[in-house]
Ligand binder design. Sequence first.
Ligand code: GLN
Length: 241
Amino acid sequence: MNPVEIVLLYQSLLGIYGDRGNAVVLRERLRARGREAVLRQIEPGQPVPASGAIYLLGGGEDAAQVTAVRQLRQDGRLFAALDAGACLFAVCAGFQITGRSFTVGHDDQVIEGLGLLDVETRRGPRRAVGEVLSRWTKPDGGQSVITGFENHGGHTYLGPEATPLARVEVGVGNNGDGTEGAVQGRIIGCYPHGPVLARNPELADHLLELALGQPLDPLPNPEIDDLRRQRLDWARRHHRR
Ligand code: GLN
């Protein structure tokens, strides 16, 4: 069996929030189950490989987002890989650029996104900063809570082709309307950093199952469960409105 390829895109542009950890978590959760996995890091100017199973984008500054979206469009291979069945997991700035358009700067310049998710991002009235908890209904109907921290000025609005990933319990999420993240086919975008897949192993495994097309055995880890409980308690006690 070929190793599962995880492709981390443009850390030099979209690497300032530590979302690289999402890629490491995916690789390690595969390896812990005896699957071979490789993590490939691609920088602007390097060709995006077409062979990835999961592609990842992280958070970053406005100017970096503009460069990233131009480079990805110029390269074109991410679109081809997704058409061929790969998954994309995009956080914050990565989520915004995956949509139809987003704005940057104080003059709210509108930049065309990759158009992979039916979402649009515009500057919100105030920056959303802090813990974010959201209730996620898993594909099997079970309930989970996604924990992370958010730090974004953009507010993201979903069009009819995208569905919210989760419902906000604490924090702002997409735009204050109670939705958090977006799902469209095999593309997931969301706001939480953490890295979010380290804080939420069930979400990491969901992404892996989506990419592999098969269920995975659970990987029980009481230490992670305990850390999750502490984080959920803390965020609920320090509830922001
Ligand atoms: N620059 C974007 C915003 O502020 C994204 C920020 C981020 O990736 N954390 O909305």
